[in-house]
Design a binder for this molecule. Structure first.
Ligand SMILES: Nc1nc2c(c(=O)[nH]1)N[C@H]1C(S)=C(S)[C@@H](COP(=O)(O)O)O[C@H]1N2
Ligand SMILES: [Mo]
Length: 175
C-alpha cells in the first residue's frame, strides 16, 4: 500500500475509534439508566406512579439560573415538576380547573424534610413560575447530598423549598 494512503487510513481509523469510545463514555455517564424508580408520585385517590430514568429522559429539558444558599450563581437543569405530574395523571389547564384550586403537593425527601406547594403554583394558566425538578448542576449529575433529584425554584428569595433527595411527591386535595 502507498504510504500516504496508509497514513490517511490510519488517521481515519483512529478518529473513528476515539469517537466510538466517546459515545460509550457518554452512555455510561448519563444519569443512571437502571430500573430503580427515581421518585414516586402518590395521587389522592390511592394510585401511584413511579418515575424511572427512562421516563425522565423523554421529558422536555429546561435549564435555569439560580443562586445557591451560599449566594453563588449556579445553572441547574432538569424537567418541570408539572411534566412529571402529568405522567402521573394530573391534569392542568381547563381539564384541571375543578380540583387544582384546592389541591397541593407534599414533597418528601429521604431525610424526612418536607415542603408544600399549592397546585396553582404549577398551573401555567396562573403563573410563569418555574418549579424545576433538577437532576444536573453545571451539566453534571447532582452531588450525593443533593440526591438524584432536587427542586429548584429560582424566583424564591430563600431556598427552603429547594428540597434535596426527593423520594415522594404526594398529591392531595383539601376535603
Ligand atoms: N432534603 C432536604 N432538602 C433541603 C433541606 C433539608 O434539610 N433536607 N434544607 C433546605 C434549606 S432550608 C435550604 S436553605 C436549602 C439549601 O440547599 P443547599 O444545601 O444545596 O445549599 O436546601 C433545602 N432543601
Ligand atoms: Mo434554609
Amino acid at each position: 500500500m502507498k504510504k500516504p494512503l496508509k497514513l490517511i487510513l490510519t488517521v481515519m481509523l483512529l478518529a473513528f475509534s476515539s469517537l466510538a469510545q466517546q459515545n460509550a463514555a457518554k452512555q455510561t455517564d448519563a444519569p443512571s439508566k437502571t430500573d430503580a424508580p427515581l421518585l414516586r408520585v402518590e395521587m389522592d385517590g390511592g394510585k401511584s406512579y413511579e418515575l424511572k430514568a427512562a421516563d425522565l429522559a423523554k421529558l422536555p429539558r429546561r435549564e435555569v439560573k439560580g443562586r445557591t444558599h451560599d449566594g453563588a450563581p449556579a445553572n441547574f437543569s432538569g424537567v418541570e415538576l408539572r411534566e412529571v405530574l402529568k405522567l402521573a395523571g394530573m391534569k392542568f389547564g381547563e381539564e384541571g380547573k375543578k380540583t387544582n384550586l384546592t389541591s397541593y403537593l407534599v414533597i418528601e425527601a429521604a431525610d424526612n424534610y418536607r415542603a408544600v406547594f399549592a397546585m396553582l403554583e404549577l398551573e401555567p394558566d396562573f403563573t410563569d413560575k418555574i418549579i424545576l425538578l433538577a437532576d444536573a448542576r453545571e451539566g453534571k449529575p447532582l452531588s450525593k447530598e443533593e440526591g438524584k433529584l432536587r427542586l429548584v425554584v429560582p424566583d424564591e428569595k430563600k431556598q427552603a423549598r429547594w428540597v434535596r433527595q426527593i423520594s415522594v411527591v404526594k398529591v392531595q386535595t383539601i376535603k
